[in-house]
Design a protein around this ligand. Sequence first.
Ligand code: FA5
Ligand code: MG
Length: 393
Amino acid sequence: MVCRLRLSTYMRLSTVTPAFRRLGRQTFSKANVFHSDRSTTVRGRVPLSIWEKVTAQLHNQSLHPLNILRREIEAHFEKTYPSLFELHSSLSPIVTTEQCFDHLLIPPSHTSRSPTDTYYIDKHTLLRPHMTVHDVPLLRGGSEAFLLCGDVYRRDSVDRTHYPVFHQIDAARLFPCGTSQEYIVDDLKSSLSGLAHHLFGPETRMRWVEGSFPFTSPSFELEIFWRDEWLEVLGCGLIRRGVLQNGNVSNDVNGWAFGLGLERLAMVLFEIPDIRLFWSRDTRFLDQFKDGDFQRKFKPFSAYPSIEKDISFWIGEESTFHENDFHEIVRSLSEDLVESVSMVDRYKRAERTSLCFRIIYRSMERSLTHVEINELHDSLREFVAETLPVTLR
Ligand code: FA5
Ligand code: MG
């Protein structure tokens, strides 16, 4: 039943944008988004399941774990630097391509500009893929230190640590004229390791690795050791001169910026095993955070059994198929019943390539039946065949 419902909501989108259906599989090709006069139809690229989340504002929902973490981070900065940072948590996620890419020196060829990675609303407007998009407008307005929290949108793979909507805290700080770069880098790193120690305790293992962002140089990433692996939790660096110039900041002033993923931190901090849980309305999840304690550990209610299904298809040599399109369809149709999608086989025969993906279905809240998953998987096959440039096997 669930799948029929999702399928119909996806179809409803096609009524909103009739060209979605007309274009069929073409809707998913890059060419249509940028180079055709039908580019206004790209709204069809933002599925209803994503639009539904634009109004959720989990980070502003009192006693939601993301809200608890956001407040803890804001309080830490307030305590360390009294009255220094302006706070913003309600900036609109709908931004222009100029603000998103040009202000931040993101080159024309950068993958984040591609509609396979970013949700375009039309040619000039999109759902922000990170919070740094607000830096230049705020600098232009005269802000010198700010901390921003909001929802961000990216087309990405499906697994326990990735979700197409997540939340970030971004910050930037300018320093008085003549402050040396070494001093600013030291301040940046000590602020962030101070924050990490405050949140996770002094015994947490962490390390700095070299990063690369078009808008900072030098750039760094902070990783935390969690469940036997190093998990990247934030990116940061010295703001590039070109970005400062775009923000009308005078030439002798420098500053730092950072951006961190709230879900990633919250998963480590509260021991939340799957990123889908943040969207759960199940009281067995939400009630565990009722006291607002940021040291609370989540007690999983039960590990429900999983059901695995494979789907295989052929793609042609010149195919416009992009893996993110497939992941997005799975997330959109499955109402969060999918835990992960992974490619398990790929081989080439003559002019075609065969791909096989394994889908692990598992609800966070209940046991799934084989009947409903068979039905959902069949609908998925049908929808993939209809909308992607592939031939099912
Ligand atoms: C950025 O978004 C940069 N804007 C960060 C930045 C700001 C760098 C200012 C320099 C100066 P990145 O794409 O690495 O960088 O994402 C930042 C953090 O968001 C990551 O470290 C990770 O914690 C989180 N993140 C990224 N992708 C996802 C995802 N799909 N799901 C959940 N969290 C994610
Ligand atoms: Mg990164």
